[in-house]
Design a protein around this ligand. Structure first.
Ligand code: SF4
Length: 350
């Protein structure tokens, strides 16, 4: 297959696996509403390196998508407001860049895949036209070149009969195929980093797995960083390197993916793991964490999770636990592992 437009400037620019790509440092984002100030993101820190996948996990309202939208520079401000923090892309703070510089990074260097492909794609334009637009707008490609590139991308994300289907409209594709088109669109300019916000939520389980596998394969091939935002621990087990669990605007646990699954250090993560349906528990009632995530205008004092936590103590109701390193039973710090729980020792080693 021939590449119509070589994107050499970006390819030569690609970072070695493991080089820091994006660092979010002490990010605070608020929403000013008629009823008060909602602290949607409250001191979030995370990073992703080239070739690495970070899964950011949490229920709706945990701040995971607001953090992603702030990274992309697509958060509506107002009502949103970044009050503190840095977002370093290749060492430079994007929050201090002008609009034009941010715009150049968005799509070209950092691309985003959204949950609902049908509403993200324009229903009255063919998918080939929409895929080709990136090349016409960003690289001055002719119509024919852009269409050829669109077919190439559709092939790349394994849409069958791409050449015949390039002029089809979004509604003529299944949900899984539309999500592949979104992935193709995100890949089109060969970004450094893809942020995928619930990319498989609307799909059935088999198609979910296919889309996740495809994302992981393309990420490895292009050596990209990937931030995978999800509420579902089940979908990230095989593809993520590390996980950050968010609750009420804060990160409450971080860990390498297998450590977190094997032995969580936060009761909230424990509850999320128990909520994953398992084949060996067929017929049994599915576990659900009691209660609902807090209203961000009235976050409980102390640990925000305390009203839902089965092991909360008086301390939990008064003092907010910091996100600190956790250790094994001999006191050796566990690499990449942190927990914001007063009872992390009992949770991890109990
Ligand atoms: Fe539960 Fe307390 Fe830990 Fe919060 S700090 S998760 S309330 S035990």
């Amino acid at each position: 297959m021939t590449t119509v437009i070589e994107n050499n400037s970006q390819k030569s620019d690609r970072l070695e696996v493991g080089t820091p790509l994006l660092e979010v440092k002490d990010l605070h984002v608020e929403f000013h509403t008629r009823d008060g100030i909602a602290k949607a993101v409250n001191g979030v820190n995370y990073s992703v390196a080239a070739g690495e996948t970070l899964a950011v996990l949490g229920e709706s309202g945990s701040g995971k998508s607001v953090t992603a939208q702030t990274i992309m520079g697509i958060l509506d401000m107002p009502p949103g407001k970044v009050t503190q923090g840095e977002i370093l892309y290749r060492g430079r703070d994007m929050l201090k860049m002008g609009n034009e510089e941010r715009r150049k990074i968005r799509g070209r260097k950092i691309a985003m895949i959204f949950q609902d492909a049908l509403s993200s794609l324009n229903p009255v334009l063919s998918v080939g036209y929409q895929l080709g637009e990136m090349f016409r707008v960003h690289q001055g490609a002719s119509k024919a070149e852009a269409k050829a590139k669109a077919v190439e991308l559709m092939d790349r994300v394994r849409i069958p009969a791409a050449k015949q289907r390039v002029n089809d409209y979004p509604h003529q594709f299944s949900g899984g195929m539309r999500q592949r088109i979104m992935i193709a669109m995100a890949l089109s300019l060969e970004p450094d980093l893809i942020i995928a916000d619930e990319p498989t939520t609307a799909l059935d389980v088999t198609v979910q797995a296919q889309v996740m596998d495809l994302l992981a394969e393309l990420q490895a091939e292009y050596n990209m960083g990937l931030i995978l935002i999800t509420h579902d621990l089940g979908v990230v087990a095989d593809v993520a390197d590390k996980i950050a669990v968010m609750y009420a605007g804060r990160i409450v646990e971080t860990a390498p993916v297998h450590d977190l699954y094997a032995n969580p250090a936060h009761p909230y993560t424990k509850g999320l793991l128990r909520s994953i349906p398992r084949l060996d528990q067929k017929g049994q009632e599915l576990y659900a964490i009691k209660g609902l995530p807090p209203n961000l205008l009235k976050v409980p004092a102390g640990c925000a999770f305390n009203p839902r936590c089965d092991v909360a103590t008086d301390l939990c109701r008064t003092e907010t636990p910091a996100l600190h390193h956790v250790t094994d039973e001999d006191g050796t710090e566990l690499t990449g592992r942190r927990s914001a729980c007063h009872l992390w020792k009992e949770t991890l080693h109990g």
